[in-house]
Design a protein around this ligand. Structure first.
Ligand SMILES: Nc1ncnc2c1ncn2[C@@H]1O[C@H](COP(=O)(O)OP(=O)(O)O)[C@@H](O)[C@H]1O
Ligand SMILES: [Mg+2]
Length: 441
């Protein structure tokens, strides 16, 4: 019996160009929600259908983030019908093989993260799609280009999408130098947001109004699609390539510290830090969750650090929290540990953090975030396009220069909850009673 499948996808504007482009490196840039990822996934799927035996790779910096984003769109929209009738099947992987979608015509789409690259990098591909390519390093990118030589398709392509970052980002520079072609996608090209005539749909109206509520550099990038730097950055030396490190096994003997900024409508941020023998701090775990009360935070925390009532890592040497007494007490009761009030002097705290972020004489900073520290994504924040972890706050944490204020007086009080907890942590270490802090340079 012959089955014929009906799959509906209408590429508009840039999406149409993506489908036909054969450039060896192609970046689809644009604000949030224009249909970048959808278009890239549709292309990979279509190519797998028409080129039997082809091998594709869908990759993101971490495998876990891929699972919650691109693969959902792939399953629920792009390959939906093919999966239903069995033209495509998901194979969950084995110790030897990475997870993959297998087509009855012999084509394969491998899925993976650059955080666990061995399995995916030992293969060759005809096409690679990188989701949120700004998260990669240029080394990651170049390593991927060497994997494109399977030869089952008449051209090879490293296809990527991204929301804009800074104009100095290596990927933008690569586009400016002409190594990578860039296509700029727009909201008007997403038929769920706009009609053909260019008027907003109901869905579009509510989505765009969410983006219009963003401020500063997040507004410029996620609403307007601009590669711009934040003005008045507080942590100017912050560089994800330096300060964000891969997960590693933390030795038992490293002391642990917890730092908390309370919120309810805004997220509560609970950071867990480990300190190496040289005094470097690593944020190895983070709870970043709105609309959850302290007692429930305590439950969520214990589930991770003491599953079944057994502590599986050292208890914190101290817990610092901001000054909300009720929240503090409820949390203390819940976890069975006491805490202390954070040193809240903003400017001294910021200075202490700046000093730790700066690269010291030995070529290293004194503060790191561990990739994948976030325990659980807050979908309310995802929907609102707010930062979902401290790492996402830092590049937009800026001085308030409104109404003639001088920079370096005070920070903008927005999307700063992880930055506050981070500052409490460093202040507790650095700002003794005399409020002097050690300089490492
Ligand atoms: N041409 C299209 N037809 C139908 N739905 C689309 C189209 N383009 C995008 N969408 C839908 O719009 C939403 C946002 O698209 P997505 O690709 O995730 O945006 P981006 O990657 O640019 O943030 C998704 O649900 C996607 O399926
Ligand atoms: Mg996307």
């Amino acid at each position: 019996v012959k089955t014929s499948l009906v799959h509906r996808y209408e590429p508009w504007g840039t999406a149409r160009q993506i489908m036909s482009a054969r450039d060896p490196e192609l970046l689809v840039s644009g604000p949030a929600g224009t249909g970048k990822s959808r278009a890239c996934l549709e292309k990979v799927h279509t190519m797998c259908l028409i080129n039997p035996g082809m091998r594709a790779l869908i990759v993101r910096k971490t495998l876990s983030s891929l699972g919650s984003t691109a693969l959902v769109t792939f399953r629920e929209h792009v390959a939906k019908e093919s999966l239903q009738v069995g033209h495509v099947e998901f194979y969950g992987g084995s110790p030897q093989e990475p997870p993959q979608y297998r087509y009855t015509n012999g084509s394969v789409i491998v899925v993976g993260g650059m955080d666990k690259a061995t399995k995916i990098m030992s293969s060759e591909y005809d096409m690679i799609y990188v989701q949120e390519a700004i998260e990669l390093t240029e080394n990651d990118w170049e390593a991927l280009t060497t994997r494109l030589r399977n030869g089952k398709v008449s051209f090879q392509q490293l296809l990527a999408d991204a929301n804009p970052s800074t104009p100095t980002h290596w990927l933008k520079q690569r586009c400016d130098r002409g190594l990578t072609r860039i296509l700029n996608s727009k909201h008007e090209e997403n038929p769920t947001l706009f009609t053909r005539e260019g008027t907003l749909t109901d869905v579009g109206r509510s989505y765009i109004s969410k983006l219009d509520n963003l401020t500063g550099v997040r507004y410029a990038r996620l609403r307007k699609g601009q590669w711009v730097a934040a003005e008045g950055l507080i942590y100017e030396d912050w560089d994800p390539n330096v300060h964000v490190v891969d997960k590693f096994d933390i030795p038992e003997v490293w002391p642990r510290y917890w730092s908390i900024d309370w919120g309810y409508t805004n997220p509560t941020v609970i950071q867990m830090w480990a300190e190496d023998p040289d005094g470097r701090l690593f944020l190895y775990r983070e709870f970043y969750m709105s609309r959850r009360i302290p007692a429930d935070h305590a439950v969520a925390v214990l589930k991770v650090v003491a599953p079944g009532g057994q502590w599986i890592e050292p208890k914190p040497t101290f817990i610092v929290t901001d000054h909300d007494q009720n929240d503090r007490i409820a949390f203390e009761r819940g976890v069975g540990l006491s805490s202390r009030n954070a040193k809240k002097d903003v400017l001294n705290g910021i200075q202490a953090v700046q000093s730790r972020i700066r690269i010291a004489g030995d070529g290293k900073p004194r503060l790191f975030l561990v990739r994948g520290a976030l325990v659980e994504r807050d979908n309310n924040l995802v929907d609102a396009k707010r930062p979902i972890c401290t790492e996402e706050e830092l590049p937009g944490y800026v001085w308030d220069i409104s109404e003639g204020k001088q920079p370096k007086e005070k920070p903008v009080k927005e999307d700063d909850h992880g930055c506050d907890a981070l500052r409490y942590m460093v202040a507790e270490k650095e700002l003794g009673p005399s409020y002097r802090f050690r300089s490492f340079s």
